[in-house]
Design a protein around this ligand. Structure first.
Ligand code: HEM
Length: 507
């Protein structure tokens, strides 16, 4: 009956009501304040501005990053946040890594081409592949095998360039780099020669075409809102994607099955000693052909266009800055102790690991190229739960949060007043040794637990190729042809790069 007493006592009742009201008001106002206190990044524009600026997208986004550092673009499909702030980059790529990933948005678009490969997945699926792949990439076996392939392909490339130089023909060097890096990564991945450079292998050409077509049809899904309907009806780009992934799968499954059989023959020791990625995975007791396909194709997509595009921008920079070209060539010649080069083949064999180690200026010039022309110019992550970035801006579950290597490479607040200038020296210490920068400022290879797994592999290939090319040739470009990027996932030179090569030894 105590409650009745309480209700019948007006003083107690009034006091109780007053306390309750104060508590409710306090709780509500706290909630309201909290919501008001949430600060979202300033609006830089809308995705329609991105469409209007499509051909100069990275210029547009660099202008916005210079103005806001972190901003958002309005879109009917959800909030898109872009940041060029190294503290935010560190936070999304490392400190709160678990809260940002590929998400289902990317997974469903990439699935038909990349399957459950390392590029498309998060969580346990990613962790497991990352662990095995990191181990394999650090082995001496894979390193030695890949170096041999890089040297062989550098020699092939030099032969093609040499013929063009002798006959005074122009070269489209980006296309050559695309073919040579595909040949390298394909042989490192599958242990078989594709030879797209010389087009000696018909099947190889079919694979290369199917690979590129599948890649561009997958990319279309990011701009084509009707892709799911097209896929259901099997029409247009989706029919193309289906046909081409079928060709890819047949080709790849054949290679996988043959290798599994070879490795399972107990007396075949040579198969078990193979250094290619496929053989390494099979020997680690991985026999599921779909899993193997996914892993290997992801390596091919990771290693092909990125390296080729970087080499192309590098040659562009060398042509624009002849003094840098000469300085790098001199360093190469000193490092391999070459006085008189009699042939490119001889030159290639002198590009040893020890010689590469000495090429600090070359390393710096390639890195400076990647700062200004990063192969992955923007990289978007899905945000998995509401969060606040280090600069105080809020992001919500389902938002896209992107860091921007292209824009970041040009920010004065990161690199100083000369940010837009090409200066390899900024990467060297007072003794001329290469000096690393924080990966949260220099983001070309991403950073944190998902930092590019092929960084060392890529540098080794790029240094071998460029040491051979610079040691044997001088390059000049067609000054009249404007050079710009093509807006796509990787930063390619639109229409390729036309150059002329001249023998350094005068032959
Ligand atoms: C100049 C050359 C390269 C650049 C600039 C580059 C850059 C990148 C970037 C930005 C990412 C993050 C992409 C993402 O968000 O998923 C990445 C991831 C990756 N890269 Fe590279 N890459 C290069 C070459 C290579 C090569 C040659 C390989 C392998 C042979 C490779 C293997 C990978 C792998 C496996 C991942 C996924 C890592 C993970 O998710 O854990 N990359 N790379």
């Amino acid at each position: 009956m105590a409650s009745m007493d309480f209700l019948s006592n007006p003083c107690l009742f009034t006091a109780f009501s007053a306390i309750l009201t104060v508590i409710i008001v306090l709780v509500l106002s706290r909630k309201l304040n909290k919501r008001q206190r949430k600060k979202y990044p300033p609006i830089g524009g809308t995705i329609f501005n991105q469409l209007l600026n499509f051909n100069r997208l990275h210029h547009y986004m660099t202008e916005l990053a210079g103005k806001y550092r972190t901003y958002r673009l309005l879109s009917p499909f959800g909030k898109e946040i872009y940041t060029a702030d190294p503290a935010n980059v560190e936070y999304i790529l490392k400190t709160n890594f678990e809260n940002y990933g590929k998400g289902s948005y990317n997974y469903h678009k990439l699935k038909d081409f990349l399957g459950d490969g390392i590029f498309a997945v998060d969580g346990e699926k990613w962790r497991e592949q990352r662990k095995i792949s990191s181990y394999e990439f650090s082995t001496k076996n894979l390193r030695d095998f890949s170096t041999r392939i890089f040297r062989k392909n550098a020699a092939k490339l030099a032969n093609i360039v040499s013929e063009a130089a002798t006959s005074n023909q122009k070269l489209e060097i980006q296309d050559l780099f695309m073919k040579s890096t595909l040949d390298s990564i394909f042989q490192v991945a599958f242990g078989t020669e594709l030879d797209s450079m010389c087009e000696s292998n018909e099947e190889g050409k079919i694979f290369a075409d199917a690979f590129d077509t599948s890649s561009s049809s997958t990319l279309l899904r990011y701009v084509d809102v009707f892709w799911k309907i097209k896929k259901f009806l099997n029409i247009g780009s989706e029919a193309t994607l289906r046909d081409n992934t079928k060709i890819l799968n047949e080709f790849v499954f054949k290679l996988i099955n043959t290798r599994v059989q070879q490795i399972q023959i107990p007396q075949d020791n040579s198969a078990r000693k193979r250094g290619d990625i496929l053989s390494r995975f099979i020997q680690a007791n991985e026999f599921d052909p779909i899993y193997l396909r996914d892993i290997i194709l992801n390596f091919i997509i990771a290693g092909k266009d990125t390296t080729a595009a970087t080499l192309s921008w590098f040659v562009y920079m060398l042509c624009k800055y002849p003094a840098v070209q000469e300085k790098a060539a001199k360093e190469v010649q000193e490092a391999i102790k070459a006085k008189e080069i009699s042939s490119c083949a001889e030159f290639v064999s002198s590009v040893t690991d020890e010689a590469l180690e000495k090429m600090n200026y070359l390393h710096a010039a390639i890195t400076e190229t990647l700062r200004l022309y990063p192969a992955v110019p923007v990289d978007a992550k899905a945000c998995f739960s509401d969060d606040t970035l280090p600069d105080g801006y809020s992001v919500n579950k389902g938002d896209t949060v992107a860091y921007q290597p292209y824009a970041m490479g040009r920010m004065k607040f990161i690199w100083g007043e000369d940010a837009e200038e090409f200066k390899p020296e900024r990467w060297l210490d007072e003794n001329g040794n290469f000096r690393q920068e924080s990966p949260f400022k220099f983001t070309a290879f991403q950073a944190g637990p998902r930092i590019c797994l092929g960084r060392e592999f890529a540098y080794r290939q790029m240094k071998i190729f460029s040491a051979v090319l610079l040691g044997c040739f001088k390059f000049k470009m067609n000054e009249k042809k404007p050079v710009n990027y093509k807006t796509m996932i990787n930063l390619h030179i639109d229409g390729g790069l036309e150059v002329r090569a001249f023998h350094r030894n005068g032959k």
